[in-house]
Design a protein around this ligand. Structure first.
Ligand code: TNX
Length: 516
């Protein structure tokens, strides 16, 4: 069934109908603007009136698994069969690969006779599908058939990321989060083209990943009561972890494992007292203090332990990065810290991974091929600039902009405040390229928003602190600087709110945002 052009143009002009009639709620009519996408697209050229309507005759054409993903998104709410074929037909949504769109870019062209999504890589098709989803009415998120005009606005989008790395972090050590909770989170972050999930797997309170050579790490460090304040406990088995890696990869998300060392190791030392300098097991700690524990950097057993952990983590991690922490080592003598990094950074490379650590690892001359995660606030960080000049690359996680565990304001529940309150405008109002002086643009791989979990236990706690702020960080990482515009961002975000409501997500209804 084809809608004549004039009729489509009229539909464009109609306001959103919200009144209900005796026949039930009126369908949503007004097409969404091509430029309404989160994160903002690089280029959009609308062709008003040249809209595509998904009907019961529509087919999906493509031979990637992304075609199946698109069908799975569109079928429940439309109730249409949307068969997948490999031969082009009329009235179709075609997914096709061609050179020229980069590792993650895509072109989406919408005409009244069809939609074409072109990308070079699978990741580009995935990203294009996230965009297409947002161009359909909110009702598309429903899990059973809805009455709606399934109109995709006409025009062309050319889109590609500003930075290759857009990340977020979950801290499983302070409060464990189950594989199911992590999968839900992956679903939610991938909508906004976040493509890295960093898992903080060990800290003073707990150890959350199975390591076969050192089984007591999880027997003791993953036991019940190892969360902050004696809550929870738990750990990921290797099978859990591998399944998460696979689940994330389906959604274009790379998992990055972190084992924090040489500090933040009290849980490991309660399990293996031989990792302390005096051989005495420390008491388990579930308070929130930091900086008191350290591996014994002068003992050989420390390096056997570290190598076993790195080897086993590398074996189960297909992604390029392995994060070794390195932050807040107030209990490690400075010379010992440098000696430790001189041995450990090359171990990461020995097992085929790029060493990644909090920016303190940049103090080591051995960090030249590493990635430093900048979590500071001050603009002048000489050791970071020196490491970058010698070849290290940077992920930007300035605590006063990107730390999702900071409170929104004085009234909202949960979160800490040491880096200040971070409302949505604060998370949005910065530029990775100009944050630190003297850093060449090419040395910045991207951005990450860490979510430390001292104050959060449940899935609701995670989602409340992550959303909507994480979307601001996603846009900073994805969208060209030229599109950066708070007025536009807040209105696009406000229009997205109903999708989260439909999804049952308990997001922060920031007073800064005009929620629809
Ligand atoms: C600092 S940021 C930490 C973490 C805490 C966090 C709480 C960083 C590298 N270390 O150990 O969980 O503050 O906001």
């Amino acid at each position: 069934m084809r809608v004549p052009r004039l009729a489509v143009a009229l539909v464009v002009a109609l306001p959103l109908v919200t009144a209900t009639t005796s026949a039930g709620p009126a369908p949503e009519r007004m097409p969404i603007a091509l430029t309404s996408v989160l994160p903002a697209v690089a280029e959009a050229v609308p062709a008003p009136g040249d809209d595509f309507r998904i009907t019961s005759d529509t087919t999906i054409v493509g031979d990637d698994d992304i075609a199946d993903q698109l069908a799975a998104i569109l079928r429940p709410a439309t109730g249409f069969a949307l068969p997948i074929s490999t031969r082009p037909t009329e009235d179709s949504i075609r997914l096709r690969r061609e050179p020229g769109h980069g590792a993650e870019g895509y072109r989406l062209t919408v005409h009244r006779d069809g939609v074409e999504l072109l990308a070079t890589e699978r990741a580009g098709l995935f990203n294009g599908v996230q965009t297409l989803r947002q161009l359909l009415p909110t009702a598309i998120e429903a899990d059973s058939p809805r009455r709606a005009e399934w109109i995709v606005p006409g025009g062309t989008i050319n889109d590609r990321p500003r930075y290759a790395y857009r990340g977020t972090m979950l801290d499983l050590a302070r409060h464990f989060h189950t594989p199911d909770e992590i999968r839900t989170h992956i679903d939610r972050i991938a909508r906004f083209k976040i493509n890295h999930l960093h898992l903080h797997l060990s800290d003073d309170q707990g150890w959350r990943i199975q390591i076969d050579a050192w089984p007591r790490l999880t027997e003791v460090g993953g036991a019940p009561g190892t969360g902050v304040g004696g809550a929870g406990g738990g750990f990921l088995t290797k099978a859990d972890y591998r399944e998460l890696v696979r689940y994330a990869a389906d959604r274009n998300v790379t998992i990055i494992p972190e084992i924090d060392m040489p500090g933040h190791v009290n849980a490991a030392q309660t399990a293996y007292p031989e990792l302390t300098c005096d051989g005495v097991a420390p008491r388990p700690r579930t308070d929130m203090r930091v900086g008191y524990s350290t591996l014994c950097v002068r003992e050989e057993i420390t390096y056997r332990f570290v190598e076993d952990v790195i080897r086993e983590l590398a074996e189960m991690t297909p992604g390029p990065y392995l994060h070794i922490g390195g932050d807040e080592t107030f209990a490690t003598p400075h010379g010992g810290y440098l000696a430790f990094q001189r041995r450990v950074l090359p171990l990461v490379e020995k097992y085929g991974k790029i060493p990644y650590g909090w920016h303190e690892i940049g103090q080591s001359p051995a960090a030249t091929r590493s990635v430093l995660q900048f979590w500071g606030r001050e603009r002048n960080h000489p050791s970071v600039a020196t490491a970058v000049a010698a070849g290290a690359r940077l992920i930007m996680s300035p605590a006063n902009r990107t730390y999702l565990d900071m409170e929104y304001d004085l009234l909202t529940p949960g979160g800490l405040d040491w880096a200040g309150a971070i409302e949505v405008s604060t998370a949005y109002g910065w530029d990775p390229a100009t944050l630190l002086p003297g850093i060449p643009a090419a040395s910045i791989l991207g951005v990450e928003a860490p979510l430390w979990s001292e104050t959060l236990r449940t899935e609701d706690d995670i989602e409340f602190l992550a959303f909507p702020r994480l979307v601001a960080i996603a846009e900073i990482g994805w969208s060209p600087r030229a599109t950066h515009d708070w007025a536009s961002f807040r209105s696009r975000l406000g229009a997205y709110g109903p999708r989260w409501v439909r999804d049952g997500l308990r997001f922060h209804r920031s007073p800064e945002i005009p929620w629809s």
